[in-house]
Design a protein around this ligand. Sequence first.
Ligand code: AR6
Length: 206
Amino acid sequence: SPSDIPTLAQLYSSNDIPSPEDKPKYPVDDSLNGRISIWRGDITKLKADMIVNAANSSLLGGGGVDGAIHRAAGPELLDECETLGGAKTGETKVTKGYELPAARIAHTVGPIYSKLNSARSAQQLGSCYQTSLERCNECGGGSIGFSSISTGVYGYPIIDATHIALETTRKFLEKDKSISRVVYVVFSAKDEKVYRSIVPEYFPGS
Ligand code: AR6
């Protein structure tokens, strides 16, 4: 019944979402201007030089965004993935995009979140973003679209994961000039709100 459905106010004023006024953690850097965006939608529709898939260590497909990417890219994607020999947590391997509008797919293996070993999960999630950006640079840079790695089935808390995504990207883009645009593709209104509230801490004025 409607009374079981949260109101928008209940969804959006939940006090675990940080306010956008939080102080920036990094200074303004004009070389970052226009290089960051947040887009709510289906990553299989994103036209980019590379999109990042939240894969598992088999690299042979699964549910969530991985399933959506394999369905939209077509069966040739699985044929190429079968040649890759899997990947470890925190590692990233690249395939072509096949039927996708994206030219390439970076398949990264996020950690299954462990509250007891959250420092290790954080290090591994940072490695997913770092190695995806490195693979994009090696492929000539351009635009890269990230799904929100590990925050679905793998249970990583969205706020903590967003800080790691943004901090890793900020440090990488300060040095790298080959990547022109990073798009954070969010799937829910709540995730969009989290990203929009935290981005100014890492990319003030961008
Ligand atoms: N476009 C963009 N984001 C999406 C899409 C989409 N089409 N579909 C889901 N998301 P998840 P994980 C969001 O569970 O937590 C798979 O079975 C979703 O809302 O896909 O890293 C793999 O094979 C969430 O915000 O990935 C692994 O076994 C985010 O994508 C395991 O799940 C990631 O959620 C990986 O789990």
